[in-house]
Design a protein around this ligand. Structure first.
Ligand code: CA
Length: 218
């Protein structure tokens, strides 16, 4: 889970970005001006800032300076689209520069790339007390001992660990892990969860939720 600060004075654009990013991977916070952004940066830690340039309060370049002092990476997201603007933005130390209007897919890809490059993507996820998942190596250890999971079991585990204490519906689980439409008559989800849960000793923690699906209790 990465925390992203969106600094944007137009609510509609801020909402669009937020809707595109929000999910198991990112949690977004919105600041509508440069001063509010700096206040938030002072109080909370963020993994990335998506920063507009023309802003009330303090402009994007000033906020960028503040971000750099805190070593928080910045992607400029701005209507200032000339080559001079881009060069200035990158020279000032932004990790990337996206001009409006932009495609959401492109935004997502660039966010991912910058987070990875800056070492902000959590490589190891843990499920206390005994389970660790290395998301780069795709390996899972229980009390330090590797556990062999199938690809689907691994994806299932990841989904639950990224949604701790959330009851996940069978159809959502199926669509996320199998990438296909759930037709409601399949025992596939149950079978894979039962096997994964047994291999990892999660029988008591990964529980069935009546008429819904499953929940990982932490
Ligand atoms: Ca603006």
């Amino acid at each position: 889970m990465n925390k992203i600060l969106i600094v944007e004075d137009e609510p509609a654009i801020a909402n669009l970005i937020r809707t595109a990013l929000e999910g198991p991977d990112y949690r977004c916070t919105w600041a509508a001006d440069g001063i509010a952004a700096c206040d938030l940066l002072e109080r909370e830690s963020f993994d990335l800032v998506l920063l507009d340039i023309m802003l009330p309060g303090a402009d994007g370049y000033e906020v960028l300076d503040y971000c750099r002092s805190l070593e928080v990476p910045v992607i400029f997201l701005t209507a200032k689209g000339t080559v001079e603007d881009r060069v200035k933005g990158l020279r000032c130390g932004a990790e990337d520069y996206i001009t409006k209007p932009f495609e959401l897919m492109e935004l997502l890809a660039r966010v991912e790339t910058v987070l990875r490059r800056c070492g902000k993507t959590g490589r190891v996820l843990s499920l206390p007390p005994d389970i660790e998942i290395d998301t780069a190596a795709h390996t899972v250890c229980r009390s330090g001992v590797p556990v062999a999971l199938t690809a689907k079991e691994y994806e299932l585990l990841l989904l639950f660990v990224q949604n701790k204490n959330v009851a996940l519906y069978r159809d959502r689980i199926y669509e996320k892990v199998w990438g296909d439409e759930y037709l409601g008559n399949s025992r596939t989800v149950d079978l894979h969860i039962q096997r994964m849960r047994k291999k990892l000793g999660l029988e008591k923690r990964l529980v069935a939720v009546y008429k819904v699906g499953y929940r990982l209790e932490v």
